[in-house]
Design a protein around this ligand. Structure first.
Ligand code: ZN
Length: 402
């Protein structure tokens, strides 16, 4: 699909590769002059001029005017053409969908969050989900024919190469991406949610020029996306980054994966929920005590809200999981020597209370010579990271850059 997008048949192989590289540079680096592209790609000015002209004719690039540097002849700059089409990214969460639409330049043109939806691996559920996505596109006054690709983030194990999800089983033995493609009539990419969020932060979020970045998705579960040397890391089958199932703990807690002692059982939204509820049951006091005593259900969202209202018990539990998470991140820092660790996901609403135990555990447990290179930041995109990441990743996949 990526090759037909760039009309492979019209060019020889080398030029297609070079055109993709030009687009790749514009995605990460913004607008370029012919001379800078020539230098970056180690290719002659005439060849770059020819390729840029073709990319302009094909509406992938456009002339952005003269560069702002003063003095001498100011060169023209070229960058991605926002009118080259749109990408629709859907973050499929536990009980809702978030949908983003970006233009070809990667600018967000629409974002709908927390649309109530429980995803099930049934044909009916997929139809309903596609209906919500196409309604959102329509509401944004975008012609569906201009959607270049759709991206869907799923939790758990996803093989993006084959298009199969190993966490949601469909009745028929067909990749979920093929089924969605049939329903939507355009290219569909599926991805692990944490990896899409990592890509969102890398291209359009908190990362500046860091090429080695770990993104920690601290939500109900605990996931990770890795950017290594500027590239999203997949592993052999796309299952890399199962940070939540790192067997670090001796707490005898059974994880959702069926094993015991997984990191997720001590450092995630589900761990926060379990620890908080245990303390509440043992008689500890909280602003949620009254609700609990009335026999009403308490959700993770209730606990997160209690944190923002400075509930002491909720804060204490947050600090507890922050310490465990920090210790595990210290291990990651020792192994990967990353330039940047980004903490994202639902739990970041508690960042004021997470940062201190996290940093203190990281300092305590990581090697000083390694951790002094590493910046720790919270996500910039917040709850948009997943859906925006799905858009940006779909664009890169369609162009054959990822
Ligand atoms: Zn596990």
């Amino acid at each position: 699909m990526a090759d037909t997008f760039l009309n492979l048949n019209n060019y020889d192989g080398k030029n297609v590769a070079l055109k993709k590289q030009i687009l790749g540079l514009c995605i990460t680096g913004g607008d370029y002059s012919i001379a800078d592209l020539s230098k970056e790609l180690n290719t002659s000015i005439p060849t770059i001029t020819k390729l840029v002209t073709e990319l302009i004719d094909e509406h992938f690039l456009c002339d952005k005017g003269k560069s702002g540097t003063s003095g001498g002849r100011r060169p023209s700059l070229y960058g991605l053409d926002s009118s080259a089409g749109y990408f629709a990214g859907t973050d499929v969460c536990r009980d809702h969908l978030s949908i983003a639409i970006t233009d070809f330049k990667g600018e967000l043109v629409c974002f709908e969050e927390e649309i109530p939806f429980i995803f099930e691996a049934t044909d009916r559920s997929l139809d309903a989900m596609c209906g919500i996505v196409t309604d959102t596109i329509e509401k944004a006054s975008i012609n569906r024919e201009n959607i270049r690709a759709y991206g869907f983030n799923l939790t758990g194990r996803v093989n993006r190469f084959s298009g199969y999800s190993f966490s949601f089983f469909l009745g028929e033995d067909k990749p979920i991406s093929d089924i969605l493609e049939q329903k939507l009539g355009a290219t569909v990419f599926i991805e692990n949610d944490s990896r899409a969020m990592a890509y969102g932060e890398y291209i359009g979020g908190v990362a500046k020029n860091e090429k080695d970045m770990l993104f920690i998705n601290a939500s109900w579960g605990l996931g990770m996306g890795m950017i290594i040397d500027g590239k999203l890391h997949y592993g052999k089958s796309g299952f890399s980054g199962e940070f939540g199932h790192f067997p670090l703990l001796n707490n005898n807690q059974i994880c959702q994966c069926g094993k015991t002692g997984c990191l997720e059982t001590g450092a995630s939204g589900s761990a926060l929920y379990r620890i908080f509820m245990e303390k509440l049951r043992s008689g500890r006091n909280s602003i949620l005590s009254a609700k609990f005593e009335k026999g009403e259900d308490i959700s993770l969202d209730d606990i997160l809200e209690a944190i923002t209202e400075e509930d002491m018990l909720a804060i204490e539990c947050t600090e507890e999981i922050g310490t465990v998470l920090g210790r595990a991140i210290a291990g990651l820092i020792n192994i990967f020597n990353p330039e940047l660790v980004v903490i994202g996901g639902k739990l970041t609403v508690a960042k004021d209370y997470l940062m201190l135990p996290l940093k203190s555990a990281i300092n305590k447990h990581s090697l000083n010579i390694v951790n002094k290179d590493t910046a720790i930041r919270f996500s910039q995109l917040g709850n948009r990271a997943g859906a925006l990441g799905a858009c940006l990743l779909s664009r890169s996949k369609l162009l054959g850059l990822v």
